[in-house]
Structure formats: structure tokens, C-alpha cells
Design a protein around this ligand. Structure first.
Ligand SMILES: [Zn+2]
Length: 613
């Protein structure tokens, strides 16, 4: 999962527009409803008039209609003019920034990073222009844009400007604070018995050591950064709340959700339902893991503490089942498998692979991401493929992003809306494909499963179990992150140490170390660098399951979703194009989910996929 986070963060920083959308179909519907209501009331008013007054009424209503339509005409033309000017400025900058980002990550050269920063600064200058924002706000808030597609573009553009309307001094203070914290993270080394440990050292100990004492010390050492940055982090949260207040929001959590077309009650309700459905399966999966862990360390289950898991936050599944998923990929040609798989579902990716940079080389970013350079089909993937299950998953994932891009979103969709509906929908599609790397049915249909039936079944069962444990553990961890960040911005002065451990105990079922009162939350860098963002990964997983179940139902005529692996099924590509890709951002994430699956986004398909057997 850590891989997914890294690569998704990289992805999101190029495609920030995907994360900056606004409630649009809602607005379209509201505009239409207002329209209908206006004419209905006009009609009933005229009905009340006597026959004598009819002529007068008719001329009044005619006048009103003329005035309204002139008004709308001018608002419509102002909206269109704004979009035209905006696109004329942004289109070349987007492309320059996209290429600079690509070059910087493939070369690692300072001058490329500088080019990327310069382009980003120019983009920020466009989006923070207060005069342009006034016009945009007027046009949007008039509620009088008659063309839904124009209204949607204005909504999307509005959110990208809104974020940048914070007082520049405050913005600078926030950036400085965040940079100071990130620097502190970079230089911090856990100190254990007067030896300095890197993050990799800590992780190695947590993966391998059998000594509870050594594990505890390494874990405590890794949490030490929390005390170093605690004060700055709380100060940053307060500055962020100030910026939210300037923009008219109660706090930063609500602002950030709003900028992503999400409202707090809606998200909390979704996560409550997810909690309900995953609690028992998670408890079972964790009990099984705890049993193995305790046996491995030769201790009792009751004395397991957070340092007995294999990563500092228990966000990943500990490797306790001794299964080697890499075995079948050691000799496989990952690139060839991807090329063949995507071609046979009617979503060929040869052009993407030609433009991509896929193998390790000096200076290059060690992560993976996909980027749409120009929204005209120049889509590229950066990877560092080595033969392993992780890279099979990662390449299916990144190429999943690549097919959900301007490659398959038609040029007739306006430039502003020619991207994925939301970061969660593109992550969802990428995750849906990535999961296939562990899927026995997929391996079999792709012709790479082991010949021996017993071996094949073992591997298939192991893959399903690893995936299930990963996703259950990740879902409980996301609960902690979402709820902690909500609490942090609701009230940064509360006892945050207690809030953190209360949540960890409740959702991750970890045992709080006796007497511990330390700012352990502050050792999670995402709170600084990617605030109020984590929940989108989880929602992406829900979207992945929901779309997968829809494919099983609609494309495969009601087949058991566990046996559906898309191989050689061009109908899957047809469905994805028509129902997920083609609308681009004309639909917001929830409207798109409904359009593609017939239901609002919900955790039921996810829970079915990952219930404990
Ligand atoms: Zn991704």
C-alpha cells in the first residue's frame, strides 16, 4: 500500500486539476429546477388574472422573459469569455509544467526541477489573480448560466481559483511552516542505544527482529520525530484554519473537502458505513495475524504492542503467511503481459509505452506515476520495472490511469473537463486493474499460472488472502487518518495525543502502550504534506469494487465477481469507455459513480470482496 501512496501522490501532483473539482451536476440540476419553477409560477400567476387583464399579463410576462433571457445571454457570454481567456492562459502552461515535471523525474536535473517550479509559479499567478476571481465569482454566483456544460466548467475553474485566494502573506507563512517540518523529518534519525537509525533501518528491524525490546526501541525512536515537530504542526494547523476562515469556511478540513467537491457529513457517513461493514472481517483477519506474530516472537497475544507489527503505523499487512507471490513473475515479461492484456480488452496502450520511461536508470525518480501532458493524448508512464508481483501490480495500475485519460476522453469534451472525474475515480480504475496481479483467475487466463493444480490453488488462495488483508488493514488505517485530521482542524488545542490513541485503539484494534503520552500522530508526514487527502485512496478502493461488481453483473451477465478477470473481453473496454471515461469531468465523482454503476458510492461491494471467508 505504501507503494500506492507514493505513486498516487506523484500522480496527483501532476494532475492536480483532477483533485480540484466542484459540485456540478448538482448545480446543473438546480439550475434546471429553478428554471422549471420560474416558468410554473409565471404560468399560475397568469392563470389567476382575469380575462380582462390577460393581455397586460401576457405583455408583462413577455417583458420579464425578454429581460431574463438578455440577462442570461450576457451572463452566458461572460462565462464563455472567461473560460476562453482562462484556457488560453492555462493550456500552454499546463503543457510546459507537464513536460518539465516529466523531464525532472526522468533526469533528476536541477534545471528541470527549476523549470517545473517556474511553470507552477506562473500557473499560481493566473489562479490567484483577484480581478479575474471577482469576475468568476460574479458569473458563478449569478446562477444564471443556462448552458449546463458552461456552468460545469465555471464550477470547476472556480474551485481552482478559490484555493489560491488566501492572503499571500498567510500563504507564505504556511509554506514556510510546512517546509520547516518537512526538513525536520528529512534530517531526523531515530536514536537507539546511542546509534542513529535511518527510516529503512527502522523498517528492517520491524520486519525482521524477533526481540520485543529491540522492536520497541526502534518503534519509539521512529516516533521521536513527533516531539520535534509537534509545536510547528499545531501552529500549521491553526494557520491552515485561518486560511479556511478567510475563504468563508469553518475550518481547513471542511475547506479541503469542499475544494474536492466533497462535504464533511457525506464523507463521514460513508466512512461510518465502511467501519460497520469492515469491523468484523478486520477483527478476524487481525486475530489470525496476531496469532502468527505472537508465535513468531514466542510471546502471548495479549502482550502484542504496536511495535510488534511490521511497519510503524500498522498500515500494511505484516508478512506472516510465508507466501511468495513473486514466484510467477520472476520469469514473466511484465511489459508484454500489460500490452497484451490492455489490447485484448480494447484499450490498447502501445502509444503510451512508446512515450514512457519504464526501467531503472541513474538520477531517475524511483517511484511510478502516469501523467497526461496535454489533454490531447500525450499520456506517459514513469516506472522502474523489475520482475516482481509489486511491479506487475504497479504497471497494471499506472496503465489503468493511462487508459482513463485524454486517450479515451473525446476531444469534444471541453479542455477544462477533459480529465478524470475525480482523483478517486482514476485511482479506483487504476486499483481495479492493479488488483489483478494477485488474482489467480487472471494469472490462469493470461497463461502464467503454475501448471501444477495444487501449486496453482495455493498461489491463488495466497494472493486473495494477501489482498484481503492489505485492504482491510488499509481501510482501518484510513479511518484513523480521516477522523484524526477532522479532530485536529476542529480543535487543534484539544488533547491530540489522546485523540490519536483513542482512534488507533478503536479502529485498528491496537493496544496503546502503557502510560504512553506522546505526539505520535505528528510522526506521520502526510498530515503535513498531503493534508485531508488519505480518504480519497479509500474511496478509490470502494469505487474499484463497485465498478468491478457492475462489470460482473452487466458485462458478464451476473457472473460471480470473484471469477471475473476481464481477460480477452473487449466488452469490458466498451463499458469502461462509455460509462466511466467518456464523461470526463462533466460529471462529478458521485454523479459519475451513479452513471457507471447505478448507485451512489458505497462500501457494500468492497465489503463483499473482502469479507473473511
Ligand atoms: Zn495511482
Amino acid at each position: 500500500m505504501r507503494v500506492a501512496i507514493t505513486r498516487s501522490l506523484a500522480h496527483s501532483s501532476t494532475n492536480r486539476r483532477a483533485a480540484q473539482t466542484s459540485p456540478q451536476r448538482w448545480n446543473v440540476e438546480m439550475v434546471q429546477r429553478n428554471f422549471a419553477m420560474a416558468s410554473a409560477s409565471l404560468w399560475s400567476t397568469s392563470r389567476l388574472l382575469s380575462l380582462v387583464g390577460l393581455v397586460v399579463a401576457a405583455s408583462i410576462s413577455l417583458l420579464t422573459t425578454v429581460a431574463n433571457s438578455q440577462d442570461e445571454k450576457s451572463i452566458d457570454s461572460r462565462a464563455k469569455k472567461f473560460i476562453e481567456t482562462h484556457v488560453a492562459k492555462m493550456k500552454p502552461l499546463d503543457k510546459i509544467a507537464g513536460i518539465a515535471w516529466w523531464d525532472a523525474n526522468t533526469s533528476g536535473k536541477d534545471e528541470d526541477f527549476q523549470r517545473k517550479e517556474d511553470a507552477q509559479n506562473k500557473i499560481d499567478a493566473v489562479l490567484s489573480d483577484p480581478v479575474a476571481f471577482r469576475e468568476l465569482k460574479f458569473v458563478k454566483e449569478s446562477g444564471k448560466i443556462s448552458d449546463p456544460l458552461v456552468a460545469r466548467q465555471i464550477d470547476v475553474i472556480f474551485l481552482s481559483y478559490l484555493e489560491k485566494q488566501v492572503d499571500p502573506l498567510l500563504l507564505r507563512e504556511m509554506v514556510a511552516k510546512a517546509n520547516a517540518i518537512e526538513k525536520a523529518f528529512n534530517v531526523y534519525r531515530a536514536e537507539v542505544d546511542s546509534k542513529k537509525l535511518s527510516e529503512n533501518d527502522v523498517r528492517k528491524i520491524l520486519k525482521e527482529s524477533k526481540s520485543s525490546d529491540e522492536r520497541r526501541k526502534a518503534w519509539e525512536g521512529s516516533k521521536g520525530v513527533g516531539s520535534v515537530v509537534e509545536k510547528d504542526l499545531i501552529a500549521l494547523a491553526k494557520l491552515r484554519n485561518q486560511s479556511a476562515a478567510q475563504l468563508g469556511f469553518q475550518n481547513y478540513h471542511q475547506l479541503m473537502l469542499h475544494l474536492n467537491e466533497q462535504e464533511q457529513p457525506q464523507i463521514m457517513k460513508l466512512f461510518d458505513e465502511l467501519d460497520e461493514l469492515t469491523r468484523e472481517p478486520f477483527r478476524k483477519a487481525k486475530a489470525e495475524i496476531d496469532e502468527r506474530l505472537a508465535a513468531n516472537y514466542g510471546i502471548k497475544i495479549e502482550v502484542l504492542r504496536p511495535w510488534h507489527y511490521h511497519d510503524p503505523f500498522f498500515q500494511e499487512s505484516p508478512a506472516v503467511f510465508g507466501t511468495d507471490l513473486d514466484a510467477i513473475y520472476l520469469k514473466a515479461d511484465i511489459l508484454k503481459l500489460c500490452r497484451q492484456f490492455y489490447l485484448e480488452i480494447g484499450l490498447p496502450i502501445d502509444d503510451v509505452l512508446e512515450r514512457s520511461d519504464l526501467f531503472e536508470k541513474p538520477g531517475k525518480s524511483p517511484h511510478a506515476f502516469c501523467t497526461d501532458i496535454d489533454r490531447e493524448g500525450d499520456v506517459r508512464v514513469l516506472g522502474n520495472i523489475v520482475p516482481s508481483e509489486r511491479w506487475m501490480d504497479t504497471m497494471l495500475h499506472e496503465l489503468g490511469h493511462s487508459v482513463y485519460s485524454s486517450k479515451n476522453i473525446p476531444q469534444s469534451v471541453p479542455y477544462v473537463l477533459r480529465g478524470a472525474s475525480h482523483i478517486l475515480t482514476t485511482e479506483g480504475i487504476a486499483m481495479m486493474f492493479g488488483r489483478m496481479a494477485k488474482n489467480g483467475v487472471w494469472q490462469e487466463q493470461m497463461g502464467i499460472a503454475p501448471q501444477d493444480p495444487a501449486e496453482r490453488k495455493n498461489l491463488s488462495d495466497a494472493g486473495a488472502k494477501v489482498l484481503r488483508n492489505q485492504l482491510l488493514i488499509f481501510s482501518r488505517w484510513c479511518q484513523v487518518m480521516l477522523r484524526f485530521e477532522k479532530g485536529l482542524y476542529d480543535n487543534p488545542d484539544q488533547d491530540l495525543n489522546k485523540l490519536w490513541w483513542d482512534l488507533v485503539e478503536k479502529y485498528q484494534l491496537l493496544h496503546r502502550p502503557e502510560g504512553r503520552n506522546a505526539p505520535d500522530y505528528a510522526s506521520k508526514i502526510h498530515i503535513v504534506g498531503a493534508p485531508v487527502y488519505y480518504h480519497n485512496y479509500m474511496m478509490g478502493e470502494l469505487f474499484a469494487s463497485q465498478v468491478h461488481h457492475t462489470i460482473a453483473r452487466e458485462v458478464y451477465g451476473g457472473k460471480d465477481p470473484r471469477t471475473v478477470a476481464y481477460v480477452k473481453a473487449p466488452k469490458v473496454g466498451d463499458y469502461l469507455k462509455a460509462k466511466v471515461f467518456v464523461p470526463g469531468q462533466t460529471l462529478n465523482w458521485n454523479a459519475l459513480t451513479k452513471f457507471a454503476t447505478g448507485e451512489d458510492l458505497n462500501p457494500r461491494a468492497f465489503a463483499k470482496d473482502f469479507r473473511a471467508e
